[in-house]
Design a protein around this ligand. Structure first.
Ligand code: F6R
Length: 605
């Protein structure tokens, strides 16, 4: 959902190289168009165009900014206002090229500002909301005591969500601010970075400052200063990020998605590390002393896309253990409750999804306690919620969520164990907590033995793919369908198996394989649905554990996973579906890490 970066390097640093490299690491946030603005002795040099960052890099190779500059900003775009054309690509400038700006978010009052600036004689080059920022600063520069004053005066006029980085011609400073969109300051030996996300500069520094809404940051040769809009100094801690720069590279894999699927044994181990006592099966969640959830009478879990599927799993799990719980799509959430005052858990990999943040804020306004279940330390959800629990999956770059789903599910099992113990509900089966410590090995075996590729070669040209499941297998079915549709562009739908006969069965033919997810729970009833489908001629692929011999005897094809506790089967089952989707998309030659029209971090509602 757009990525921005600014670089103020020490003497001798080529900011263009660093910005381009940073943009590559932010490409998962959007890839419609890209651009860069470089501070130079003869003005601000802009290079921007529709298409990928590789195209921009090729253009910069041919026409490198001369001389080298230590100061530049860059942008990779996911269009919201205006089509992905060269004109609409960022950075945007004012009429006289005195100001260049990159922006992530939406300026809600851009039409009013555009009308006002047009009346004052400004001429606009693009259809974007962002361009008003450059014109506003340019408008205020002549009357301002300092460029910083012009910047803050302009920012004071903006309504909406934004993370902004800005250059002023001839001024050796990088200006930035945020409200509702992420912005992180990287503090390195060779100068500073400002970016939408840490991977943009992790190769250079792991020391970061998570900026807050309303912070104005100005980086100069003397270092960085953070203030309020009114100029009051703000003290923010410098934190050390634990991610490894290697995690943001593809390594030997063709795609980030494949790398991240294969990282799951490690990322799951990280999610579990130190949280389950192998001897007693006691669960320790840092930040939550025993009894921390004692007053929880009900739980709402909210999320979008894959995170919603994890939320759905969490709600099913909690209900199975006697805790009233419900999952909501964040975009449809209203905190209306009966007599309960639920704990509201926002499940969000990025911690920046606007719909989820909006729902969490709605809950907070209703006086409800909120907890962020997230992957990104310092993300908006982590900072705004009352509590945070990290899933510790490491950076996920592929647009399709994979390893983070597995870590969300594993963490939700542990959270359920803690909540049930605190409120005196049915405890989570100790066998499940014993088995969870072997989950990384179970996944390792799936990855080593999967026959998903063979099935992909057989079914990648099918008319449609349907996924069915019951209970905790239903979120897996939804996730299998989402994964397939988003990266292969093939029609795929997930259904609760019992619902098939109430309508969707009309879609089932010999050319629509049905993938039935068996997790060892309600398998008999699911088999009945499988027979209904088979009676209509559809081939059925059973996703089942190795010992499910009865099921294996009924389904037409099998994707198996090693036996584990039924509550945990959704994890290895989903890994098989991730592999199936990946192979189908690869056979169809799709741009797996960058599916059309999508972006990883969706920071608009
Ligand atoms: C699907 C996918 C999206 C995200 C959704 C929520 O593969 O990645 O559906 O799950 O946009 O994102 P987060 O979890 O960052 O809130």
């Amino acid at each position: 959902m757009c990525g921005i970066i600014g670089r103020f390097g020490a003497d001798g640093i080529d900011a263009v190289d660093d910005v381009l490299h940073g943009l590559k690491n932010l490409e998962y946030r959007g890839y419609d168009s890209a651009g860069i603005a470089v501070q130079g002795p003869n003005g601000i040099d802009i290079h921007k165009q529709s298409g990928t960052i590789d195209r921009l890099a090729a253009e910069l190779d041919e026409r490198p900014p001369e001389p080298r500059s230590h100061l530049a900003i860059g942008h990779t775009r996911w269009s919201t206002h205006g089509r992905p054309t060269d004109e609409n690509a960022h950075p945007h400038t004012g009429c006289h090229g005195r100001v260049a700006v990159v922006h992530n978010g939406i300026i809600d009052n851009h039409e009013t500002l555009r009308a006002e600036l047009t009346a004052a004689g400004h001429e606009f080059d693009s259809e974007t909301d962002t361009e008003v920022v450059a014109h506003l600063v340019e408008e205020y520069l002549p009357g301002a005591a300092t460029p910083r004053d012009a910047f803050t005066r302009a920012v004071g006029r903006l309504e909406g969500s934004y993370a902004i980085a800005l250059l002023v011609d001839g001024v050796d400073a990088l200006f930035a601010t945020r409200a509702g969109s992420p912005l992180v300051l990287g503090v390195g030996e060779t100068g500073c970075f400002l970016a939408s996300d840490v991977p943009a500069f992790l190769d250079h520094t792991d020391r970061v400052v998570y900026l807050e809404d309303g912070d104005v940051t100005v980086v100069t040769a003397d270092g960085y200063a953070i203030t309020t809009l009114d100029g009051e100094p703000v003290d923010r801690p410098v934190e050390t990020v634990e991610w490894d720069p290697e995690d943001t590279q593809k390594g030997t894999h063709d795609h980030f998605m494949s790398k991240e699927i294969f990282e799951q044994p490690t990322s799951l181990s990280q999610a579990l590390q130190g949280r389950v006592d192998p001897a007693t099966q006691g669960v320790t969640l840092e930040r939550f002393d025993p009894g921390a959830f004692a007053d929880v009478s009900a739980v709402h879990l909210i999320g979008c896309g894959t995170s919603y599927h994890a939320a759905l799993y969490g709600a099913i799990l909690l209900r199975q253990h006697g805790v009233p719980a419900q999952a909501f799509l964040a975009s449809e959430y209203s905190a209306v409750t009966d007599s309960e005052t639920p704990l509201v858990i926002g499940v969000t990999q990025s911690g920046e999804t606007a719909d989820t943040l909006g729902a969490l804020r709605t809950a907070q306004e209703a006086g409800l306690r909120t907890l962020a279940l997230t992957n990104v330390v310092g993300s908006t959800a982590a900072r705004e919620c009352d509590d945070v629990l990290y899933i510790r999956a490491g950076p996920e770059i592929g647009v399709a969520a994979t390893k983070t789903f597995a870590s969300q599910v594993a963490t939700l099992v542990l959270l359920t164990a803690r909540i049930t113990s605190d409120v005196g509900a049915t405890p989570v089966d100790p066998d499940c907590l014993r088995a969870i410590t072997s989950l990384p090995d179970v996944v390792k075996e799936v990855l080593a033995t999967s026959n998903a590729f063979d099935l992909a070669t057989r079914f990648h040209t099918a008319d449609a793919h349907f996924f069915i499941g019951r209970g905790a297998a239903y979120p897996v079915a939804l996730e299998g369908a989402l994964k397939l549709k988003e990266i292969s562009y093939e029609h795929a739908e997930g259904f609760p198996a019992g619902e098939l006969k109430h309508g969707p069965l009309a879609l089932v033919t010999e050319s629509t394989p049905v993938i039935a997810v068996f997790t060892g729970h309600e398998d008999e009833r699911l088999l009945a649905n499988v027979r209904e489908v088979q009676a209509r001629g559809a081939p059925v692929v059973g996703l089942l554990s190795e010992s499910s011999t009865t099921v294996a005897g009924v389904v037409d094809e099998a994707l198996t996973f090693p036996d584990t506790h039924p509550l945990l089967s959704p994890v290895p089952a989903t890994v098989q579906l991730q592999l199936l989707s990946y192979h189908i998309a690869n056979l169809l030659n799709r741009p797996i890490d960058k599916p059309r029209n999508l972006a990883k971090s969706v920071t608009v509602e």
